[in-house]
Design a protein around this ligand. Structure first.
Ligand SMILES: [Ca+2]
Ligand SMILES: [Ca+2]
Length: 190
């Protein structure tokens, strides 16, 4: 009889505790940007914001303004995403994100490491390619922001990502470098 009475009490107490912990955790993550790569030249970070996620790529060593012009004579980024977080390419499931010259956010699905589908465009996406100072460096330099709904980029709350930055003078730099998608990609979760 004693055990029978205790069980519902413990269960509801546990559920209340879980509710409190999970609501605190959500607010904490939404407020703080998470840096997932940093060296003296490049800072890569994301910020979880409700149903959206914002990526910020700060190219501290790119001091040449490459906002105008067409590829390869411009500065752009490419974000490669392992949608189902399984470490391998799943054709037309995993995706890439970039920004076109008119500012539109282009979502392309990966067929294989060399082949992407044409751009698709989704509501509630936004992005900017900037030549400006940032909190990391006062001198004007290239930096990139892109915000997308989490539902576009993730099956759950965890993905692997690769970021490539293109400078008109230096070409592509991939983070992490020299790899087969997504063998040693960055793990991020929110
Ligand atoms: Ca440049
Ligand atoms: Ca995958």
């Amino acid at each position: 009889m004693k055990n029978f009475n205790q069980f519902p009490f413990s269960l509801s107490f546990l559920m209340l505790l879980l509710l409190i912990v999970s609501s605190c955790k959500k607010e904490e993550i939404a407020a703080d940007p998470v840096v997932f790569y940093e060296d003296g030249n490049t800072i890569l970070q994301f910020t979880s914001d409700g149903d959206d996620i914002e990526f910020f790529f700060d190219a501290l060593n790119d001091l040449s303004d490459g906002r105008l012009g067409s590829f390869p004579n411009n500065d752009i980024f490419r974000l490669v995403i392992d949608y189902n977080n399984n470490g391998i390419i799943d054709s037309e499931v995993d995706l890439t994100i970039g920004i076109l010259e008119d500012g539109a956010v282009c979502v392309s699905y990966i067929k294989d490491q060399q082949t992407l589908t044409p751009c698709e465009f989704f509501d509630d996406t936004s992005g900017t390619i900037n030549f400006s100072s940032t909190e990391n460096l006062e001198q004007a330099h290239m930096n990139y922001r892109v915000k997308v709904p989490k539902s576009i980029i993730a099956e759950g709350n965890q993905i692997k990502v690769i970021v490539s930055l293109h400078d008109s003078e230096e070409g592509w730099t991939e983070f992490p470098r020299n790899q087969v998608w997504f063998s040693n990609a960055f793990d991020i979760q929110w």
